[in-house]
Design a protein around this ligand. Structure first.
Ligand code: PLP
Length: 368
């Protein structure tokens, strides 16, 4: 089976992790600080707090920004539910925004439309999802938000290495949140990080991830009702060298994507995603026309190729339908991408022969 995603964990990563385990310092220690420093160096975003998952990063970002009960938050409809669940966790209200059919992310025009709608006028925060690594036009959206006093959080769970308007996530927004789940381009098992140019926000997030602790006058005080969202020291150790290798990994993903574009461009049944120089290609999703996605998915698996649906349309999920009265027609592009999207393998160590086999198999299954 050609797998969709296989973590690139090497002996050097395991050795580093074992060293930390043997040291006995398992939680919140030097390796976590080194992991944070490596992310800062890689991205150029000056402040970082490593946390236990992408979801905990999103939850902490909302708490740190003071988003609370009744506050409206714009969320792209095509995403992983964790983006909206974090809003629900703080008692906020989700306002869905449909995405673009080629880039799979929200556009400034779509965001502006929601902000101008009667229910969008008192929005307190915007979540921007760089879905599959595609760079959202974050600069324009952040400008729109700033003029209305709205906070912006980038859900960069899939976007390590994404460059949007010249910068990594965390530059234009208040905070960017990353995931290091094994499906992502680098992994610590479970894990996440928050990055920002705002030192105070990151300091507050670090207190919140650690029970609200604050050292004061030689004793430990608790200044916030915090949580335990710490990353363990040995998980961080597993990730440090992966970050050091990541620039190379990005280049090889971009090369693989060139093959997908070159081989699949002429096929009328397969709609290719939008390309962009700042795309980090965490996943490669195509759209299968004519309602054939499920058939194609099953046939590809039969040929030994693991494929999957892309993200979810929140407007099609029971929780959001019950709570907000939305349905498939509320965000039609997200619904289409949820029903017709097919993610093809894209990862380290995928050989040129495997890539060609995937393209040939897809062409065979969908027809010309
Ligand atoms: C867009 C998006 N946001 C948030 C998450 C949640 O990240 P984690 O699984 O690390 O909690 C994911 C994970 O798949 C995601 O794809």
């Amino acid at each position: 089976m050609i797998r969709l995603a296989v973590p690139d964990i090497r002996d050097e990563d395991i050795a580093r992790m074992v060293e930390v385990v043997k040291s006995g310092q398992l939680v919140q220690g030097k390796a976590v600080e080194e992991f944070e420093a490596a992310l800062v160096e890689f991205s150029g975003i000056p402040h970082c707090a490593a946390v236990s998952s992408g979801t905990s990063a999103l939850h902490l970002a909302l708490l740190a920004l003071g988003i609370g009960p009744g506050d409206k938050v714009l969320v792209p409809a095509f995403t992983y539910p964790a983006t909206a669940n974090a809003v629900e966790l703080v008692g906020g209200k989700v306002l869905l925004c449909d995405v673009d059919p080629q880039s799979y992310v929200v556009t400034p025009q779509a965001v502006e439309k929601v902000l101008a709608s009667p229910e969008g006028r008192d929005i307190k925060a915007i979540m921007l999802v760089h879905e599959f690594g595609f760079p959202v036009e974050v600069k324009r959206i952040a400008e729109l938000a700033a003029s209305r006093g709205i906070k912006v959080i980038e859900d960069a769970a899939c976007a390590l290495g994404t460059v949007a308007d010249g910068f990594h996530p965390g530059y234009y927004s208040d905070m960017a949140c990353f995931s290091f789940h094994p499906r992502k381009a680098i992994t610590t098992g479970e894990g996440g990080a928050m990055m920002s140019r705002n030192a105070e926000l990151v300091t507050l997030s670090k207190r919140l991830r650690n029970h609200g602790t604050q050292p004061a006058n030689g004793r430990m005080d608790f200044t916030e009702a915090g949580l335990n969202y710490r990353l363990t020291n040995f998980q961080a150790a597993l990730g440090i060298n992966q970050i050091a290798r990541f620039a190379q990994e990005l280049d090889s993903r971009k090369e693989m994507v060139k093959t997908y574009f070159a081989r699949l461009a002429g096929n009328a049944q397969v709609e290719l995603p939008q390309d962009n120089a700042g795309h980090s290609w965490q996943s490669f999703m195509v759209v299968i026309r004519g309602g054939a996605r499920e058939r194609v998915k099953a046939a590809m698996v039969d040929l030994g190729i693991e494929v999957n649906l892309g993200a979810h349309a929140l407007n099609c999920l029971t929780y959001f339908q019950r709570k907000y009265g939305v349905d498939a027609a509320s965000c039609p592009v997200s619904t289409m991408l949820y029903q017709d999207g097919l993610v093809l393998p894209l990862r380290s160590m995928l050989t040129p022969d495997e890539l060609l086999f995937i393209c040939d198999s897809l062409e065979k299954v969908v027809g010309p």
